[in-house]
Design a protein around this ligand. Structure first.
Ligand SMILES: NC(=O)c1ccc[n+]([C@@H]2O[C@H](COP(=O)([O-])OP(=O)(O)OC[C@H]3O[C@@H](n4cnc5c(N)ncnc54)[C@H](O)[C@@H]3O)[C@@H](O)[C@H]2O)c1
Length: 252
């Protein structure tokens, strides 16, 4: 059984969507939670909901693309809970458009949050994890990082970068008791994918062998496994959670 009692977990982009689903799951397994997000109001509301369920949780306003925010985030976790055991690099954005129309700002923004944000938080967290000689880091990649996707050159590159970063970190940190894995979700029903037109969404779901959109809980279950001792011999792994589908031109 998965037990995360007395473990502290930082979830970036934890105010809503997949991140909130992860926070709820890790809290239900006993973890103490640090919810880090740009959106202060939603972060506070999420923390109130977690506390209402009897979980220990704090909110930290944070832009993961800023190194000083990442350092302050991890320090807040250490100060509040006395350790930094689990880091979930979940914060992510899209700025979709065809390459021929993409502005450099759209490229830079997506790389800054999805890839650089994963770097800043990981580097800050391992300062404590190396001392502890333990830790589990779970990065959110995407099916688009594995396959590429039309209109998502920036996003696909950032999420492919997360895969390379995950594997290199895992090799560097394995001897210090720190495991680093990634999850590559397929189509998951959240605010991020809500903007996709209904007819396109229906086609994407139809192309998924399990014939449904994924839910934040589907990703949260995988994160709980990778965060726990149940996966103690797993590192440098990219876990597909996509309903069986490597969709041509589908998924975020
Ligand atoms: N929804 C999907 O189908 C899908 C598929 C594959 C991968 N993913 C990945 O899963 C993760 C979560 O996706 P989601 O669908 O829940 O997205 P979402 O847009 O619903 O939530 C993302 C959260 O991240 C926060 N955030 C954005 N920029 C930030 C920053 N600079 N610093 C801190 N927080 C920031 C937002 O405020 C928001 O609360 C992302 O990394 C996304 O790329 C999603």
């Amino acid at each position: 059984m998965i037990d995360l009692k007395n473990k502290s977990a930082i979830v970036t982009g934890g105010a809503r969507g997949i991140g909130k689903g992860i926070a709820l799951k890790l809290g239900s397994l006993g973890a103490n939670l640090v919810i880090a997000d740009l959106n202060e109001e939603q972060t506070k509301a999420c923390v109130e909901e977690l506390k209402g369920k009897g979980y220990k949780a704090i909110a930290v306003k944070c832009d993961v693309s800023k190194e000083e925010d990442a350092v302050a985030l991890v320090d807040a976790c250490q100060k509040e809970f006395g350790s930094v055991d689990i880091l979930v690099n979940n914060a992510g954005i899209t700025k979709d458009t065809l390459l021929m129309r993409m502005k450099k700002e759209q490229w830079d923004a997506v790389i800054a949050v999805n890839l650089t944000g994963t770097f800043t938080c990981t580097q800050a967290a391992i300062k404590y994890m190396l001392k502890q000689k333990s830790g589990a880091i779970i990065n959110l990649s995407s099916i688009s990082g594995e396959n590429g996707n039309i209109g998502q050159t920036n996003y696909s590159a950032s999420k492919a970068g997360v895969i390379g970063f995950t594997k290199a970190c895992a090799l560097e940190l394995a001897s210090r008791g720190i495991r680093v894995n990634a999850i590559a979700p397929g189509f998951i029903a959240t605010d991020m994918t809500a903007a996709i037109p209904e007819n396109i969404k229906a086609g994407m779901i139809n192309a998924i062998p399990l014939k449904r959109a994924g839910l934040p809980e589907d990703i949260a279950n995988a994160v709980a496994f990778l965060a726990s001792d149940a996966s103690s011999f797993i590192t440098a792994h990219i876990l597909d959670v996509n309903g069986g589908g490597f969709l041509p031109g589908g998924g975020h």
